[in-house]
Design a protein around this ligand. Structure first.
Ligand code: PAZ
Length: 304
C-alpha cells in the first residue's frame, strides 16, 4: 500500500529541530534572493528507516554522501549558494578531503616558550591550506548552509521546508536530489514502541513511501530546475526507469548511475535525449571527480 504525501505529513510528527532549521533556511534564501544569486539545494547521503520508536535498530543503505558533498563544492566554485542537506555523519564538503586519514597524523606539536604550538606537517600544508581557504570563503561569504537529517521522516520534513524557503527564488532555485532515500518504511503507527524482542523471529512489514517528487515539482517549487538521481544495479533498467520518472513527475533531468560504476560514469537523461559523462581510468587514478563534469555540464547546457 502507498500512502499519499498528505497522509504522510499528517501522520508523522515534524523533527524537533525543524523550526530552527526553517529559520536558518528563511534567512539564507532571503539574503540570496536579495543578492540575485542562484541557490542550489543538494541532498546527500542515505536515510534510515527505524524499526522502533525508541530506536535501537534501523534499515539503512550504502550511500556515503560522496556525490552530494563533492558536487556541493563544485557548485560553490561556480558561484552558486548551496544548501547542503545531508545525513548525519555522511561526507561533508571540504572536510571530506580528510576522511580516511587520521586527523592527528596531519599535525605536529612543538614548544615555544613553554607554550605548545601545533602546526600541520609540511607535506600536508598545501592540501590543508587549499581546502581551508575554500571552506572559509564559503562560510565567510555565507554561501553554504548545512542542515542534517537521519531518518526518512526527518528527510521528508526538511525537504518540504527547504522547498518552501526556495520557492520565492523561482527559476534561480536548483534542486539536486542526490540523497539515497528509502523506498520503503514502517509507518509511525505500525512501529514497535520499544526494542523488538528477540524471543521469536519478527515479521516486519514495510510500506512503499509516498512519491515526494510529485508535490515537489507541481506544488512546492514549480519554477525551480529539478534534477533527480536514479540508481540501479541492473543496467538494462537504468534508462527506462529514468525516463519513466521524467514522464511521471515532469522535472528537468534525471542523472542515472549504476552502483558499481557511479564514481566513473553517469548518464544525463532529459525528455529529449540522453548522453554519457565519464572519466577514463587514468583520470580517476589522478583524482579527477565525475561530479565536476556533472556540475559543469548542468551549468553549461541545462540551467538557464
Ligand atoms: O552517496 P554516494 O556517492 O555513495 O552515492 C551516490 C548515489 C548513488 C546515492 C546517487 O548518485 C544517487 O543515485 N542517488 C539516488 C538514489 C536513488 O534513490 O535511486
Amino acid at each position: 500500500m502507498v500512502s499519499t504525501w498528505e497522509d504522510f505529513y499528517a501522520k508523522h510528527p515534524p523533527p524537533q529541530d525543524l523550526a530552527q532549521n526553517e529559520q536558518a533556511l528563511k534567512e539564507f534564501t532571503r539574503k540570496h534572493l536579495e543578492a540575485g544569486n542562484k541557490v542550489v539545494l543538494v541532498t546527500s547521503g542515505g536515510t534510515t528507516v527505524p524499526l522502533e520508536h525508541n530506536t535501537v535498530r534501523f534499515v539503512d543503505n550504502f550511500s556515503a554522501g560522496t556525490r552530494g558533498s563533492v558536487s556541493a563544492e563544485y557548485f560553490l566554485e561556480y558561484g552558486y549558494a548551496v544548501i547542503f542537506m545531508y545525513r548525519v555523519k555522511s561526507l561533508e564538503p571540504f572536510s571530506r578531503h580528510f576522511i580516511g586519514q587520521k586527523f592527528l597524523d596531519l599535525l605536529q606539536v612543538s614548544n615555544n616558550n613553554e607554550n605548545s604550538v601545533i602546526t600541520v606537517l609540511p607535506e600536508y600544508t598545501q592540501k590543508v591550506a587549499t581546502v581551508l581557504r575554500k571552506y572559509r570563503e564559503a562560510f565567510n561569504k555565507k554561501k553554504l548552509l548545512q542542515l542534517t537529517f537521519t531518518t526518512f521522516s526527518e528527510y521528508l520534513w526538511l525537504l518540504r521546508s527547504a522547498c518552501q524557503a526556495l520557492a520565492p527564488l523561482e527559476n534561480k532555485a536548483i534542486l539536486y536530489l542526490a540523497a539515497a532515500v528509502s523506498d520503503f518504511y514502517i509507518p509511525s503507527n505500525e512501529m514497535s514502541i520499544h526494542k523488538i524482542s528477540s524471543s521469536g523471529p519478527p515479521t516486519i512489514s514495510l510500506q512503499l513511501v509516498p512519491k515526494i517528487l510529485a508535490p515537489l515539482v507541481s506544488l512546492w517549487v514549480p519554477k525551480a530546475f529539478v534534477v533527480s538521481f536514479k540508481l540501479e544495479t541492473d543496467e538494462s533498467l537504468l534508462i527506462s526507469k529514468a525516463r519513466t520518472a521524467l514522464n511521471k513527475y515532469h522535472h528537468n533531468l534525471v542523472i542515472a548511475n549504476m552502483l558499481q560504476t557511479r564514481k566513473q560514469q553517469v548518464i544525463i537523461v532529459s525528455k529529449e535525449t540522453n548522453y554519457v559523462l565519464s572519466l577514463t581510468n587514468e583520470q580517476l587514478d589522478n583524482g579527477e571527480e565525475i561530479e565536476q563534469l556533472i556540475v559543469r555540464d548542468l551549468i553549461e547546457k541545462h540551467i538557464k
